[in-house]
Design a protein around this ligand. Structure first.
Ligand SMILES: C[S@@+](CC[C@H](N)C(=O)[O-])C[C@H]1O[C@@H](n2cnc3c(N)ncnc32)[C@H](O)[C@@H]1O
Length: 411
């Protein structure tokens, strides 16, 4: 190993889950355990400065930053649902206003339901194959809920109401909820599937309100600045002091499909390119040639001997990660640190050293590799098996270890 790895059980947090410290307001795949971020920021004595997460997902690194006293944090993610979740978690909203708005919202909604013809006044939502994913009654009730959410003028409160709505869309759709990929329930399971959509919505609302009030709101007292946007990372020269992130560990098609997971929610949120998101994520566009230089080249050439199509997909991912790291690198000020938490996935029985690749790329961009810690992976919301071939039922066991790669900007 060119870049030294040290096994450090301090980062295992065995038996601890995400919910131990910061229960998630909305389900999201492959979330980073905030405890890891807190521990490494403490070890690096990071107590102030601008934090960046260029692939922020549901915002775990901001939870870590808050716990370490950081008050200025920035995040990017191409997935609009991820940004909605991060935004709501780290925006201070008056609990009283949320409760008041909910009362008004409930009254308006039930008043509207009194006249069953009212539904015909509302536009049919633009969801692809909507009748394949939802029953007629469920479409009507989701449409009514969304209509009254969109009547809420306060932008922050409007966003808050969309979190339980997105969870309700998932729960009341015909998707198999224990899957991250978009699979429809079996026909026999659909026969008796008739959830009380409005009941589900208000239950989810109470759950989200409870978690937000008890775990997030108290940490937002001083209104820390957490600015997130759904786009690729926009570089800003020498601006950030610390990068804390967990990038995807492979392309969405053969690893965690963040886009597929979020499709129906993003479509109901009005994102008309929801079905293109996985193609926009890292590794989404296949190159013409394989990577032939650097640490990863030999591994890719081994894969190309058995399956060049897969090798090109793997090259696509590392090309995107490489260009992203160079943008991130120039955006960190001298003396700033980058912390990337990654897994080394296996393709065609070849384990890809992503930790080494990341250390190599930061070193090529003026950083010094400080350390890489190896932690046991027992508590990450990830499929315990995934489908590199993407064939339903043909799966392999996923990773057992994760690597915390720490580098410092020297020039
Ligand atoms: C492992 S997840 C991050 C999870 C996050 N740490 C959390 O705890 O919720 C990786 C994220 O990277 C995002 N992503 C993938 N490619 C991206 C890119 N090129 N630019 C920005 N975000 C990207 C995905 O949408 C996904 O949300």
């Amino acid at each position: 190993m060119k870049y030294k790895i040290v096994r450090n059980t301090k980062y295992d947090f065995t038996g601890q889950s995400y919910a131990t410290l910061y229960p998630n307001l909305h389900k999201y795949p492959a979330t980073m355990l905030p405890q890891i971020g807190i521990e490494i920021l403490k070890e690096l004595n990071v107590k102030s400065g601008r934090l960046l997460d260029p692939y922020c997902g549901s915002g775990s690194s901001f939870a870590s930053g808050l716990e370490c006293g950081l008050t200025e944090m920035y995040g990017f993610d191409i997935n609009p649902l991820a940004i909605l979740i991060s935004n709501v978690k780290f925006t201070k909203i008056s609990i009283n206003k949320l409760v008041e708005t909910k009362k008004q919202f409930r009254n308006n909604l039930y008043e509207f339901l009194k006249n069953e013809n009212n539904i015909h006044k509302l536009a049919r939502p633009q969801i692809t194959n909507i009748d394949f994913w939802f029953s007629k009654k469920i479409i009507e009730n989701l449409t009514i809920i969304k209509y009254f959410i969109d009547q809420i003028e306060n932008e922050q409160i409007h966003r808050f109401f969309l979190i339980p709505f997105s969870e309700t869309v998932r729960e009341c759709s015909y998707t198999r909820n224990n899957e991250f990929k978009l699979f429809r329930m079996k026909e026999q399971d659909l026969l008796n599937f008739n959830p009380d959509v409005i009941g589900v919505y208000f239950k989810k609302f109470e759950d989200v309100l409870f978690l937000y009030s008890n775990f997030y709101y108290p940490k937002l007292e001083h209104e820390p600045k957490v600015e997130v946007q759904y786009s690729k990372f926009q570089p800003q020269d020498d601006f950030f002091d610390i990068v804390l992130t967990s990038p995807p560990y492979g392309d969405s098609r053969t690893t965690v499909a963040y886009g597929q997971f979020s499709t129906l929610s993003n479509e109901w949120l009005g994102i008309n390119y929801a079905r293109k998101i996985d193609g926009m994520l890292m590794g989404g566009v296949k190159p013409k040639e394989n990577i032939t230089n650097g640490i990863i080249a030999d591994y890719i050439s081994t894969i190309s001997k058995t399956d060049n199509k897969r090798a090109l997909e793997v090259s696509a991912f590392y090309n995107d990660l490489d260009s992203s790291i160079s943008k991130v690198s120039r955006s960190v000020r001298k003396g700033g640190k980058s912390i990337y938490i990654v897994g080394n996935r296996t393709v065609k029985n070849v384990q890809l050293p992503t930790d080494q690749f990341i250390a190599e790329k930061f070193t090529e961009n003026g950083f010094l590799h400080l350390i890489t810690y190896e932690r046991a992976l027992s508590n990450k919301s990830m499929p315990c098996r995934n489908s590199p071939t993407n064939k339903a039922g043909k799966t392999v066991a996923t990773m057992l270890w994760e690597y915390i790669v720490v580098c410092e900007k020297m020039k």
